[in-house]
Design a protein around this ligand. Sequence first.
Ligand code: PRP
Ligand code: URA
Length: 209
Amino acid sequence: MQNVTIMDHPLIKHKISMLRDKNTGTNEFRTLVEEIAMLMGFEALRDLPTEDVEIETPIEKCKEPMIAGKKLAVVPILRAGLGMVGGILNLVPTAKVGHIGLYRDPETHEPHEYYCKLPAPIDQRTILVVDPMLATGGSGADAVSMIKEHGGKNIKFMCIIAAPEGLERLHQAHPDIQIYVGALDRELNENAYICPGLGDAGDRIFGTK
Ligand code: PRP
Ligand code: URA
C-alpha cells in the first residue's frame, strides 16, 4: 500500500510484544509506549526539512544542517495518544502539541469529537498524529479530517498496532498522508477490538477500567 510503512525493526517488535503481555503493568506499559513512539518517530521524521546554519566549532566556522522552518506539531488523539507524546518530544523538544479528543461509541464503535485545540498556524508545520491503536480507523480518519479542516497539509499518522480494516479505512479516506504502523495485526473482534492486540490502550496507560 502506497504511503504506508510497517515497522520491521527488531527493537520495535520486541517492545510491542512486551506491550501485548497482559501481565505488563501500568508503569512498564507507559514506558514502553513512550519508547516505541520514539523509535517509530525516528523513522517517521526522517524527511523533516533541514537548512544549513552557520556554526563555529572549536576549529572553524562551518554551515551545517538544522531542522528548518516551523518544525513539527505532534497531535495525540485523547486519551491513549497522550502516552506517545513524550517519545516524540524526546526527539524534537521544540515541537508544538495539539490535542484532539475522540471517544468511540460503545455500541456503534463510531468516534465522537469532544475536544480540538491545534497550534496555529498549522498549515506550515509537519503534523504527526499519534494514537497507539488503529482499530476500525474511524478515530484516525476523523482526526485527520479535523486537522485538514483547520488547514493542516503535511500530515503523518503513527500508530503502534493497526487492524487491516482500520488501515484500509484511513488510507482510503486520506490517501495523501503518510501512515506508520508498528505492527499490523490479524483482525477486529465483534467488539471492534484488535486481535491479538493489547486490549484497551487508554485503560492500560492510565490504569483505569
Ligand atoms: C481508542 C484508541 C483510538 C481508538 C481506535 O480510544 O486510543 O483512539 O480507540 O479505535 P477506532 O480505530 O475504531 O476508532 P477510545 O475511543 O477507547 O478512547 P480512550 O483513548 O479515551 O480510551
Ligand atoms: N481501542 C483500543 O484501545 N484497543 C483496541 O483493540 C481497539 C480500540
